[in-house]
Design a protein around this ligand. Structure first.
Ligand code: HEM
Length: 224
């Protein structure tokens, strides 16, 4: 009897573990976003918008925008790649809008309270993250209007976009982690809850690294 690769037991097992890890990632980013929303109570103060909007941008929208390309965990797995690309850039536009509004909220809040800007590691790296996510989105425009990048093949553009996107995601995760180290968050939660919260951006970052490197290294092997 001839076995196709997909029906081999170990292949099905790997597929199963990948589906479980992608489903857990959906769950983690949703639970983390809900948790920060409940804790910050958006609208209760100007500051409250900052953790809420930043978590929405980097934990929910950016994670979902990348996960939708996962062959095992995409909620729109069966749709054509072109449609996934469209949903991806719509989610990324929402992500950038939330990030800019979240930055504006904390910047204006500090201005009202006469506090110095970008003095903590979180504030400094956070500013860089918002700039990088903005640049990454602008640099992605040629993927939609290919004529803007003359001399660059679409495959090469996509590879650079994925690599830079991963760096942007990691910057977002580290900024989130540093946000959890802030005096506000440390005072809002106790011991175990802090560690559990810190695990969320750390775990989703690992899953994203795995997804992107697996997809693009496999393609590179086929091409070379
Ligand atoms: C990737 C997500 C995030 C980014 C890009 C980001 C960015 C920033 C930036 C740029 C500042 C400094 C603003 C200024 O000095 O004018 C700041 C401040 C602050 N952020 Fe975030 N933030 C993020 C997530 C969070 C989260 C999740 C929390 C809370 C859990 C948080 C809590 C704070 C606090 C308390 C401050 C004021 C103290 C300080 O400047 O360190 N941030 N953030």
């Amino acid at each position: 009897m001839v076995h196709s690769k997909e029906t081999e037991p170990e292949h099905r097992f790997y597929g199963f573990t990948r589906t479980v890890s992608a489903s857990l990632t959906h769950l983690i980013c949703i639970v983390f976003t809900v948790f920060i929303t409940v804790l910050s109570r958006p609208g209760s103060s100007l500051f409250s918008w900052h953790p809420f909007l930043m978590t929405l941008a980097f934990s929910l929208f950016m994670t979902e925008a990348i996960l939708l390309f996962s062959p095992h965990g995409s909620p729109i797995k069966s749709l054509p790649h072109k449609t996934k690309g469209r949903v991806h850039w719509i989610l990324q536009c929402i992500c950038v809008s939330c990030a800019v509004l979240g930055l504006a909220a904390i910047f204006y809040n500090k201005h009202l309270n006469d506090k110095p800007h970008f003095t903590s590691w979180h504030g400094f790296l956070g500013l860089i993250t918002v700039c990088v996510v903005g640049l990454q989105s602008l640099a992605a425009v040629p993927l939609i209007f290919h004529s803007l990048a003359k001399g660059w093949s679409l495959a090469k553009l996509k590879r650079y976009h994925a690599a830079c996107g991963l760096v942007t995601y990691l910057l977002g995760s580290v900024s989130l982690l540093l946000g959890l180290c802030s005096a506000w968050f440390a005072a809002s939660v106790s011991g175990y809850t802090w560690y559990l919260s810190a695990l969320c951006p750390a775990l989703t970052a690992l899953v994203m690294m795995n997804q992107v490197t697996t997809a693009y290294m496999a393609k590179k092997r086929f091409q070379s």
